[in-house]
Write a protein that binds this ligand. Structure first.
Ligand code: 1BN
Ligand code: ZN
Length: 328
């Protein structure tokens, strides 16, 4: 018997034919399981490398704007595919078409899908959009509004966190099966027509190429250097339990960006996942970029300098701990 087994083995006393466990041995056992239980509750948080995630953000931005059809888009698609292939069990494309409303142009688009432990009985999913907006239509300078954005935050940030999560899952297999979907065609929408956004998520949900996951966590605009993430309203409607679990976990992990209040309603990739496939999806999004007084969203100011490794680390820490601690 090894030492632990010896410590745990109760000492028996035989009195008038009855087997009795001595009080001392029982006390030792209770103490041991108490300590074990405490370690179970407060297991070491998983380390997430925010600096590495930030390098993934910079690498995407180094291709320039990644709006559909552009040179940066095609080169970035190859980069994301090759990067995920290093770590995932399988990587494949889901091609689709979309005719954009502003110019009438039809685009060939691609969702990029990477799977980890596809044989596992339980399956969950993480998503982020990899395309960037073809127009900086919110830019204060009218001259800039027809030019594409760089999309450091709106595009690259969510993907960067998921690439680092993929690298982590290669080193330590996740406790459940995980599908990462990098959606295309999220940002070809026109104002006032929410259905013209999130086209890749809609196509994915209408043509599920993987077994339906139990739920999805979508990341968008998570790189803002002034990160504040309230609870997005569609998320709370679609999956209140997951929202409560995530925001509680953020409090326990002392991640100050996560704010315990309900805020805006954003038609993002999580909405078609729920509407078209009943995947209860939650969006982690900071829509006030950088704050309520200034707006870099859909402008030429959506650049790496306005994002931070510390912000990516907070979001990555939450999703990694959710995956490895809550789902264990
Ligand atoms: C998020 C980032 N979205 C676009 N870029 C989704 C969105 C759709 C936000 C409509 C506002 C309005
Ligand atoms: Zn956008």
């Amino acid at each position: 018997m090894d030492n632990i087994a010896k410590t745990l083995a109760p000492k028996f006393n035989v009195t008038r034919g009855k087997v009795r466990v001595t009080f001392q041995a029982l006390r030792k056992q209770v103490f041991f399981f108490l300590v074990l239980g405490l370690f179970g509750c407060f297991s070491t948080p998983v380390e997430f490398d925010g600096n590495q995630a930030f390098r993934f953000l910079e690498e995407q931005c180094a291709f320039g704007p990644r709006n559909p059809g552009s040179e940066g888009y095609l080169r970035c698609r190859d980069y994301l595919t090759a990067t995920l292939k290093q770590w995932a069990d399988t990587v494949f494309y889901q091609p689709f078409q979309y005719t954009e409303l502003k110019t009438g142009q039809t685009y060939e688009l691609t969702n990029i899908i990477a799977r980890f432990r596809p044989e596992a009985p339980r399956q969950i999913m993480f998503g982020a959009h990899w395309d960037t907006r073809p127009w900086a239509d919110q830019d204060p300078d009218p001259e800039q509004r027809d030019k594409p954005i760089l999309g450091a935050n709106d595009g690259a940030s969510g993907v960067a966190v998921l690439l680092e999560l993929a690298r982590l899952m290669h080193r330590k297999a996740p406790p459940v099966g995980v599908t990462i979907v990098l959606f295309d065609g999220e940002d070809l929408g026109v104002s006032g027509q929410p259905d013209s956004y999130a086209r890749g998520a809609l196509y994915f949900a209408q043509n599920l190429p993987v077994p339906k996951p139990e739920y999805a966590i979508v990341l968008d605009m998570v790189g803002d250097a002034e990160l504040r993430i309230p609870i997005e309203r569609y998320s709370y409607r679609q999956n209140p339990e997951l929202v409560k679990t995530l925001w509680k976990q953020a409090r326990e992990l002392k991640l100050p960006a996560f704010r315990n209040r309900l805020a805006y309603r954003i038609f993002d990739d999580h909405v078609p996942l729920w509407k078209a496939a009943q995947i209860p999806a939650v969006d982690i999004i900071d829509f006030e970029y950088p704050n309520r007084y200034t707006n870099y969203w859909h402008t030429q100011q959506d650049i790496p300098e306005n994002c931070s490794a510390a912000s990516l680390k907070q979001v990555g820490t939450l999703v990694a701990n959710h995956l490895y601690v809550s789902e264990k």
